[in-house]
Structures are given as structure tokens and as C-alpha cells.
Design a protein around this ligand. Structure first.
Ligand SMILES: O=c1ccn([C@@H]2O[C@H](COP(=O)(O)O)[C@@H](O)[C@H]2O)c(=O)[nH]1
Length: 283
């Protein structure tokens, strides 16, 4: 890391953005089928037009964008260049960016992933990164350390929105705790004492039903994918997250993106989701 300028930690920046704009996170997921339905070719020009349109339509209203790296990487280096520009444009417009790349490896390689996304000198620097702890939570240490240094954040896959995740995440350890619960406990330890909340979040699917057997009180954000295309709704959030609902950052990708390319329709859809989330959380 080259910059030594102290920055406000991600958790505090996210809390301020959620307070100002509401907690909705819109995914930037340029699926081939969405490019097609927007009348765009499945190529670099289509990818660029799609991403720019989403940022231009929503950067002044949503708290967070979550670009899904896979949809850019499938175009090779030119797709990654579009991802770099998308991140830069979104951040320049004042929207936080959570890079959904789900990186995870042995610690020495994790350090390289961390510098790719969490070093401010990197062209892919993002406000936060999704990471996979399934090489052991300790393997994430280089990312935790660099995030602390650069004021960035992490979202650790704890209880994912897909049904297959239970096989791993609900498996029970010798100490009687599930793997998912263990990840939540690690995050609570990372965030201890942080105010207004820590920078180390968990990914917890909005699709999972009652999670009251898990301690979601990690003093950090809970990124909740699954609303819209995966079948969860904003109204489900209180029942799923209970007392932790105030720390939930609900993600919607296809549910909003399917309304493009018309920017007014994209804005109206994001506004509807934001309103439904506000009503559900306030109830
Ligand atoms: O548990 C997880 C973790 C990440 N995701 C990602 O979120 C979006 C969801 O897209 P929708 O179109 O709203 O279904 C996508 O990028 C996933 O990779 C997730 O769904 N579940």
C-alpha cells in the first residue's frame, strides 16, 4: 500500500450512506440474457453501455453498488478494464462499491488478492470485497489487515443465499457450533468496540427463513442477497434477521436490472425496492 492518508473506516462510511440513502445495494450483474433484453450485444461495447447506464441511473440514489466480477472477467482483460472504469465512476459519483469477487486462498496468495482490491493504489480498489473463508478464517488475515490499513471492508460468506450452501455452512464442528456460526463469531471479534459499526461484514442470504438460532449481532453489516430473482422479498427481512435487521444491506441485482435500459424505469424499480425495505425495517 502506498498511501498513508487516514480514511474513515468502511463500517462508518457505510452506516452514513445507509442513513442518508437507505440500505439498498444494487448489483451490477451484466448477465448475457440481460444484455440481450436491453438490446445490447454480448460484447465489450454492450458490457460498457450496460454498466455505465446502471451507474448513471442510480449513483445518486442508492447507498451501494455490488458489481459481480464474474460477468466482467468472462470478457478477459477488456472486461476487467470495464470493471475498473465502473468502479471508478461509481466511487467518483459518491456511491460505495462492494466488489463481489468472492476471493479466498492460502494466506500468501490471499495477500495478492487483497492488494488487487483493497490497496488504494490498485485500479480495482473497492470500498469492500466479498471473500470466502472456506480455506479457514485465518487464511483471510492478509485481507483483514489490509482492509484495516486502507479503510476498506470485507464481506465474509457466512450463510449464503443458495440452498447448496447449507451442506458446508450448517455442518457442525466438534465444539457443537456450525461453520456459519463460527464465521459470524470471528466477525463479531473483528468488529468489537467499533462505532457506529465495524467494517467486517457477513454475507447472509435473505432467502434463508428464520435465522434466530444464529447470533447475527456482529456489530457489522450483513449483506443480504436473494431479494427479487431468488424469491425473497423485502417483507421477509424482519423475520429472517430479527433484531439485526438494522444492519442489513439488502442486495437486489436482476430484480432491478431487468427494468433497463430505460433509466427512468431503473430508477423507479430501485425506488420501489428501497421503499419496500424502508417499510419492512420500520415495521
Ligand atoms: O450468498 C450469496 C452471495 C452472493 N450472491 C450474489 O448476489 C447477486 C444476486 O443476484 P440476483 O440477481 O439479485 O439474484 C449475484 O451477484 C450473486 O452472485 C448471492 O446471490 N448469494
Amino acid at each position: 500500500m502506498t498511501s498513508q492518508t487516514p480514511v474513515t473506516p468502511f463500517g462508518a462510511r457505510l452506516r452514513a450512506a445507509m442513513d442518508a440513502r437507505g440500505p439498498l445495494c444494487v448489483g451490477i450483474d451484466p448477465h448475457a440474457a440481460l444484455l440481450d433484453s436491453w438490446g445490447l450485444a454480448d460484447d465489450i461495447a454492450g458490457l460498457e453501455r450496460f454498466s455505465r447506464t446502471v451507474v448513471e441511473a442510480l449513483a445518486d440514489s442508492v447507498a451501494v453498488f455490488k458489481p459481480q466480477a464474474a460477468f466482467f472477467e468472462r470478457f478477459g482483460s477488456r472486461g476487467v478494464a470495464v470493471l475498473e472504469r465502473t468502479v471508478a465512476d461509481a466511487r467518483a459519483a459518491g456511491t460505495l462499491v462492494v466488489m463481489d469477487a468472492k476471493r479466498g486462498d492460502i494466506g500468501s496468495t490471499m495477500a495478492a488478492y487483497a492488494s488487487a482490491f483493497l490497496d488504494p493504489a490498485s485500479p480495482l480498489f473497492s470500498d469492500a470485497l466479498t471473500v470466502s473463508p472456506y480455506l479457514g478464517y485465518g487464511s483471510l488475515k492478509p485481507a483483514v489487515d489490509l482492509a484495516r490499513e486502507s479503510g476498506a471492508g470485507l464481506f465474509v460468506l457466512a450463510l449464503t443465499s443458495n440452498p447448496e450452501g447449507a451442506e458446508v455452512q450448517r455442518a457442525v464442528r466438534e465444539d457443537g457450533r456450525s461453520i456459519g456460526a463460527t464465521m459470524l463469531a470471528h466477525l463479531a471479534a473483528e468488529n468489537a468496540g467499533a462505532d457506529p459499526m465495524g467494517s467486517f461484514g457477513a454475507v447472509v442470504g435473505a432467502t434463508l427463513g428464520d435465522l434466530s438460532s444464529f447470533d447475527l449481532d456482529i456489530n457489522g453489516p450483513l449483506l443480504a442477497p436473494g431479494i427479487g430473482a431468488q424469491g425473497a422479498t423485502a417483507a421477509d427481512l424482519p423475520a429472517v434477521f430479527g433484531a439485526a435487521v438494522g444492519n442489513v444491506v439488502p442486495n437486489v441485482s436482476r430484480g432491478v436490472l431487468k427494468h433497463g435500459p430505460d433509466t427512468a424505469a431503473l430508477r423507479a424499480s430501485a425506488k420501489r425496492f428501497a421503499e419496500e425495505i424502508r417499510e419492512a425495517v420500520a415495521a
